[in-house]
Ligand binder design. Structure first.
Ligand SMILES: Cc1cc2nc3c(=O)[nH]c(=O)nc-3n(C[C@H](O)[C@H](O)[C@H](O)COP(=O)(O)O)c2cc1C
Length: 188
């Protein structure tokens, strides 16, 4: 039977695009104070040069830090740090030292000044390339200068038997992927 199509309030339309793979962005201000912001709106946009795009509200404390230093790291968390991931998305660096309060560990990055987050499984070090206004958020395009992953969990694709990625449904709701990869065979 054909399903009836139900209208969705336009302020909730973005949720039809969720779940979204969730990341932790680490950044610093010009004095070197570090911060973490949780982001669901992050996607690859170029292979050569390697680039990604983020959508960040200009009111975020992290936004100002990225504007100051023009550098950041995208860290990939897993379900083992789901509470810390929510914390970094519900508290602001204006009032909170998120590394201290979550217990997440900053480690030096290879190229950029902001630290990587040790407990995450992968890290993409980026420099700000472009900023594009888009409604109540800005699109920040970053060029990736280094990328690395924990040994044994990635061979061109993640091994879902070993890692459980965090996907944001909306609000405080998350999901993860079943450890099953499907590769459809096309006829020609
Ligand atoms: C799961 C999740 C995903 C989020 N995704 C985004 C996002 O893509 N862009 C954004 O601007 N804020 C996003 N937020 C909100 C920020 O993470 C939140 O406002 C945070 O407290 C900002 O921290 P800051 O003020 O220290 O920068 C998200 C929050 C959660 C919980």
């Amino acid at each position: 039977m054909d399903a009836k199509k139900c209208d969705v309030d336009l302020t909730q339309a973005y949720r039809l695009l969720h779940p979204k793979h969730t990341v932790l962005l680490s950044c610093t201000d010009k004095k070197g104070t570090p911060n973490i912001i949780t982001l669901a709106w992050c996607m690859p946009v170029s292979v050569k040069p390697p680039m990604l795009a983020l959508s960040i509200r200009p009111t975020r404390h992290s936004y100002k830090m990225i504007e100051e230093t023009k550098e950041f790291v995208i860290n990939i968390p897993t379900m083992s740090i789901i509470k810390e991931t929510l914390f970094c998305g519900r508290r602001s660096g204006k009032q909170h030292d998120k590394f201290k309060e979550t217990g997440l560990t900053p480690l030096p990055a290879k190229i950029v000044k902001p630290p990587i987050i040790k407990e995450c499984i992968a890290h993409l070090e980026c420099k700000l390339h472009q900023k594009i206004p888009a409604g109540d958020h800005d699109i920040l395009v970053g060029e990736i200068f280094a990328a690395y992953v924990n040994e044994g969990v990635f061979d061109k694709i993640y091994d879902l038997n070993k890692v459980k990625p965090i996907h944001h449904m909306g609000g405080d709701d998350f999901a993860t992927l079943a450890p099953k990869v499907i590769r459809p065979q096309l006829e020609s």
